[in-house]
Design a protein around this ligand. Structure first.
Ligand SMILES: NC(=O)c1ccc[n+]([C@@H]2O[C@H](COP(=O)([O-])OP(=O)(O)OC[C@H]3O[C@@H](n4cnc5c(N)ncnc54)[C@H](O)[C@@H]3O)[C@@H](O)[C@H]2O)c1
Ligand SMILES: [Zn+2]
Length: 460
């Protein structure tokens, strides 16, 4: 069992400036808790001199001729756990019930009180996943003396809307959930996890929730970050937030029932991390991609040498590299994001041909074209380019699509400019396993790369 705790932090750094108004007086305050109340205190060396708990929050007071203003800096820290485990629904495994609790003593106390004082859990499950694993979950709860309500829902991309969010919060309300001790559990693919995350973050302003991903894509991507959301006004994930779960419990055995196409779909997001950050992961996918598809990430054998388990090594590296990029930028304030590779043209393409391409497939087509752009810019050799395309084909992912036209490329990049503060911020691979963000790819390079991409990859 491996476990990672992630902490994200976000706050306003600078006090507000009042332009054209002469400032009469500025004061900076720390906050100290004395006998149960918080007091403002001035002084630079505050931590040493003050008795009582000192908050990380600050108040900047500015008095001008027009009056006084206060700038409040209130740091918010998110801490969540990502736990890989096998046999999550085995009654001897208590991760599902207690894995989110960080204090070992509290965990132990709950463990010993379960038989006399049952825990309560509300679970939302993707309908398909419920049909496959619902009985196992029921048996688990019965064996662990849990009072439970399972809500199976058709959490498909077409239904990814506020209607399902409302349905969930109504049922949660009927269950009269205690938000301090009873996290909502979501079990399903990325759609289910996103919808439940949004419902939980709305109910009583922020009810803790747990993610249990059951597809490869949600295992390596949707489960480890903070984003929640539903589609709105015909746009993907237009409503949502950045509220992470208290924990994500990852069990690869769910993937055994996922279709081969959906496994390729998840492999696209893993390949993205490999190309951006990890040559070893690329080589693993290049060598063992077919094995991973055939074994559905289940077998722990079939490999020689050090890589005894391609499934566990590749998912672990994909998760670690993803967490490295997400943790310091949980709210995506920094717009230069390597994880956006494959996501510049693909949103436009995905919406245009909906539902014929899955998300990962559209991402891969985008990455394939961008590899040609990188080659055109001299960022990789011809051999490296061919290896990447060969790896994509080996993972049974599409590398070309007739709906990607030069007009679509240019339109997508214009949209990107609009939403990325005037810079295109194009992540491009440099060789294998490294990347940088570029803002200077000219039309000429885009055009020549496009011609070559079509010449070489368009089916005859
Ligand atoms: N929050 C994030 O950071 C984030 C990241 C990536 C993707 N997403 C979102 O995730 C969604 C895509 O996720 P997805 O690919 O998991 O799609 P999905 O949730 O639609 O699941 C794909 C299909 O697999 C079925 N399924 C799920 N688990 C199964 C299992 N164990 N066995 C058999 N069938 C199973 C589902 O019923 C569905 O038909 C998109 O809506 C995307 O926006 C979110
Ligand atoms: Zn994606």
């Amino acid at each position: 069992m491996s476990c990672v705790a992630i902490t994200g932090k976000t706050y306003v750094e600078e006090p507000l400036q009042c332009h054209n108004i002469s400032v009469v007086k500025n004061k900076d305050f720390h906050l100290v808790q004395v006998k149960g109340t918080w007091k403002r205190k001035t002084g630079n060396n505050c931590n040493k001199n003050l008795k009582g708990q000192v908050s990380d929050a600050k108040i900047y007071e500015s008095t001008t001729e027009q009056g006084t203003s206060w700038t409040v800096v209130s740091p918010i820290i998110f801490t969540y756990k990502v736990i890989e485990t096998l046999g999550l629904l085995d009654p001897s495994n208590d991760t599902l019930l207690l894995g989110h609790i960080r204090d070992p003593q509290q965990q132990e106390a709950l463990r010993s009180s379960i038989s006399s004082k049952p825990l309560r859990r509300f679970v939302v499950m993707d309908q398909t996943v419920y049909n496959l694993y619902g009985c196992q979950l029921t048996d688990y709860f019965e064996a662990r003396n849990v009072l439970y309500r399972i809500l199976p829902l058709p959490t498909t991309e077409e239904n990814k809307s506020m209607e399902l969010v409302m349905k969930i919060v109504e049922e949660v309300h009927k269950f009269s959930l205690d938000r301090r001790t009873e996290p909502i559990i979501a079990i399903g693919g990325g759609v289910c996890l996103d919808i439940v995350g949004l419902a939980a973050s709305l109910y009583r302003r922020r009810t803790p929730y747990i993610r249990v991903p059951t597809t490869l894509l949600s295992y390596v991507d949707a489960s480890v970050g903070a984003k929640t959301g539903v589609n709105f006004a015909n746009c993907k994930n237009k409503l949502g937030g950045y509220i992470p779960p208290v924990a994500a419990f990852l069990d690869r055995s769910f993937i055994q029932t996922v279709s081969r196409r959906h496994i390729s779909n998840g492999l696209a997001e893993m390949l993205k991390m490999a190309l951006m950050k990890h040559r070893g992961l690329f080589e693993l996918l290049e060598t063992h991609g077919q094995f991973l598809l055939d074994s559905k990430f289940q077998s722990d054998s079939g490999l020689q040498g050090d890589n005894k388990d391609a499934a566990s090594v590749s998912t672990r590296v994909a998760i670690e590299t993803m967490i490295e990029e997400l943790a310091p930028n949980l709210w995506e304030d920094d717009l230069d994001r390597l994880v956006d590779f494959g996501h510049l043209i693909s949103p436009e393409l995905e919406m245009k041909v909906l539902p014929s391409l899955l998300h990962g497939e559209a991402v891969n087509i985008d990455m394939s074209y961008m590899v040609y752009v990188a080659r055109e810019r001299g960022l990789m050799t011809e051999e490296e380019k061919l290896r990447i395309i060969g790896c994509m084909v080996g993972l049974e992912l599409p590398v070309w699509h007739q709906d990607v036209t030069l007009a679509l490329v240019q339109h997508s990049l214009c949209e990107r400019l609009k939403h990325s503060a005037g810079l295109v911020r194009m992540p491009l691979p440099i060789g294998l396993g490294h990347a940088e963000i570029f803002n200077d790819t000219g039309d000429e390079s885009l055009y020549r790369a496009f011609e070559k991409w079509c010449d070489e990859l368009r089916p005859q």
